[in-house]
Ligand binder design. Structure first.
Ligand code: IPM
Ligand code: MG
Length: 370
C-alpha cells in the first residue's frame, strides 16, 4: 500500500551513508512498532554525484526533492573533490537544494543532554540543561548575493567579491519563524547582526523590530551584535532562548553552539520553506556536522545528529510529535546508560561503533514501547 509519507534519502559523502543507514533502522522500527509507513527513495548528492554525473546534484534529483514531503541528507564533500571547479563543488549541491526548494529557515537546536554535560569543553554548570534554538536564514545573504566572483585588476592584483544582501521580506519571514518557535518555548528572541558596521545589519534590526511590534508583541525581542553573540554563547549560553540571524552569522554561531552540547556529532537541523495553500512546507533534514572523511567507512561516526534530524522530520513534516519525542527520549536514555561514540567518549563509558549506537537506540526504543 502506498504511503502518504514520502522521503528522499540523500546520504551524500563520507560518513553520510553510515549515518543514514542508522536512520533507516529507526524508520524500520517505527514501521514495525507504530504501524507507520514511509515511501523511501534514495539518490546521490555531493561528491558521489560529481563522480557519477559530473554535477553535485542532477536535475532529476532536484525534481524528486521538490516532490517529496521531506529530504533526509547525510553530508557532502571530502578531499577527493578539493580540486574540482568551484562551480561544481560538492557543497554547491547542498546550496542548490536549499535555494531551489526555498528552505529559508534553518532550525538548529542546541540541547545539552544531562549525560553529556561533562563532554563539552565548557564547564558543566555553563552547559548543563542548555536548550537553545538557532534560527538561521538559509537562502539569502552573502552565500547567494550578487555580484560575486574573482576578477583581475588592471594593476595585476586579483579581487574577490561577495555581496551581503537582504530584502525586507527575506528578513521578515525568517523572523516570523523564530517568533513562532519562541512562542512554544520561553518566548524570547535575540536577533543577531552587525548593525554597527553593515547597512544590511541596520535593515535586519529594523525589520526584526517591525515584525515584533506589528505581529509578536507577546514575545520578548532583543538585539545583539553577532560578535558579542559569539562571545555570550561561550560565556553564558543559557541566557538565550531563540537566536535569529543571517546565513553567514548563523553558520558560524551554530558551530559554536554545537560544541556546547558536547560534540558536533550531536546537532541536528531542519531546513523549512514557506507553507503552501495546503498547509504543506518543503523541508530538508540534515546533521550540522560534515562528511568527516578521516573516519568515513570505519563504523566510528556518531549517528545521533542524523537520528535527531529524523526526529525533527517526524515533528515538523509529519506531525508525529509523539514519535519524535520517543526517538529523542531513546537517545537520551542511551546516553544516560553510558553508550558513547568516539567523539563523545569519556572515562568509564562504553565505547560503541556507529552500528553499536544504532543497536542501543533500537533497544531503548523497544524498552520505551514495552
Ligand atoms: C552548514 C555547512 C554548509 C554551510 C556547507 C557544507 C556549505 O557548513 O550547513 O553549516 O556553510 O552552510
Ligand atoms: Mg556550517
Amino acid at each position: 500500500m502506498a504511503s502518504n509519507r514520502s522521503l528522499l534519502v540523500l546520504p551524500g559523502d563520507g560518513i553520510g551513508a553510515e549515518a543514514m543507514a542508522e536512520i533507516r533502522r529507526v524508520i524500520g522500527w517505527l514501521e514495525t512498532n507504530r504501524s507507520l509507513s514511509f515511501d523511501l527513495d534514495e539518490d546521490l548528492v555531493g561528491g558521489c554525484s560529481i563522480d557519477a554525473h559530473g554535477v553535485p546534484v542532477t536535475d532529476a534529483v532536484m525534481d524528486k526533492a521538490m516532490a517529496v514531503d521531506a529530504v533526509l541528507l547525510g553530508a557532502v564533500g571530502g578531499p577527493k573533490w578539493d580540486d574540482v571547479d568551484f562551480s561544481i563543488r560538492p557543497e554547491q549541491g547542498l546550496l542548490r537544494l536549499r535555494k531551489e526548494m526555498e528552505l529559508f529557515a534553518n532550525l538548529r537546536p542546541a540541547v545539552c543532554f544531562e549525560a553529556l554535560a561533562d563532554a563539552s569543553s565548557l564547564k558543566r554548570d555553563v552547559v548543563a540543561g542548555l536548550d537553545i534554538m538557532i534560527v538561521r536564514e538559509l537562502t539569502g545573504g552573502v552565500y547567494f548575493g550578487e555580484p560575486r566572483g574573482i576578477t583581475d585588476l588592471p594593476d595585476g592584483q586579483r579581487q574577490g567579491v561577495n555581496t551581503q544582501v537582504y530584502t525586507t521580506e527575506e528578513i521578515r519571514r525568517v523572523c516570523r519563524v523564530a517568533f513562532d518557535i519562541a512562542k512554544a518555548r520561553d518566548s524570547r528572541v535575540t536577533s543577531a547582526e552587525k548593525a554597527n558596521v553593515m547597512e544590511s545589519g541596520i535593515l535586519w534590526r529594523e525589520e526584526a523590530q517591525w515584525v515584533h511590534d506589528n505581529e509578536y508583541q507577546d514575545v520578548e525581542l532583543s538585539h545583539m551584535y553577532a560578535d558579542n553573540c559569539a562571545m555570550q554563547l561561550v560565556r553564558w549560553p543559557k541566557q538565550f532562548d531563540v537566536i535569529v540571524t543571517d546565513n553567514l552569522f548563523g553558520d558560524i554561531l551554530s558551530d559554536a553552539a554545537a560544541m556546547l552540547t558536547g560534540s558536533l556529532g550531536m546537532l541536528p537541523s531542519a531546513s523549512l520553506g514557506g507553507t503552501d495553500e495546503n498547509g504543506k512546507r518543503k523541508a530538508m533534514y540534515e546533521p550540522v556536522h560534515g562528511s568527516a572523511p578521516d573516519i568515513a567507512g570505519q563504523n566510528k561516526a556518531n549517528p545521533i545528529a542524523s537520528i535527531m534530524s529524523f526526529a525533527m522530520a517526524l515533528r515538523y513534516s509529519f506531525d508525529l510529535g509523539d514519535e519524535a519525542d520517543l526517538v529523542e527520549k531513546a537517545v537520551e536514555n542511551v546516553l544516560a546508560s553510558g553508550y558513547r561514540t568516539g567523539d563523545i567518549m569519556q572515562p568509564g563509558m562504553t565505547d560503541v561503533s556507529t552500528t553499536g549506537m544504532g543497536d542501543a537506540i533500537l533497544a531503548a526504543l523497544d524498552n520505551l514501547a514495552a
